[in-house]
Ligand binder design. Sequence first.
Ligand code: HEM
Length: 185
Amino acid sequence: MGQGIMQLLKSETAAQHKLTEQSMSLEGITSKESYKNLLERLYGFYKPLEPKLHPYASVHLKDWSERQKTNLIARDLRGFGHKPKTLDALDNCTSFPNLRTLESILGCLYVLEGSTLGGQIISRCLKRQGIAENQLHFFSSYRETTGQKWKAFAEQLEALEPDPQMTISAASETFNAYARWMSKS
Ligand code: HEM
């Protein structure tokens, strides 16, 4: 039997994950201001992206409503004094992979959901750097259920039997879009 789709996604995007992880440079988050900047960037990525995922994700993932994270970032940003108006004024990413097939949605979600695993490490690190718990909603999205949520996502993705190559391409393009957006000056 060949490798499962989740294993393939992991191995085929491992190099991109490594680069993303390195470029996140948590040591660079040395002040509340730099954390705020990071959250603002993330908000500008998730806010336009999640509605694009919604048409397929709401049909194919039974727990999609619990997986959206734009509001968690907004909550964290409100702790920095942001209001709905100032949130609306933030820059939004406009360059996303084409998200009009089930495979493209699943590949993209693989990246977003997988990032919650790293989120656990990131939130621990940020806590040590003095960021308050009530400003870490996004990075600790699923808290103690992170492992379960990841497993449930993997099972749903596998059961949908998406075309592996198309799904891997979408995951890879999502990593690229994320890297481009997060490093944009
Ligand atoms: C400092 C930043 C990061 C660290 C330390 C980190 C660390 C980790 C760790 C420890 C895992 C679990 C690996 C395993 O169980 O085998 C993981 C998985 C993953 N991370 Fe990250 N991560 C970071 C950032 C990101 C970001 C920003 C993204 C996406 C935008 C991302 C996407 C993923 C994906 C897709 C997986 C799932 C890999 C799999 O298929 O098992 N990570 N990460």
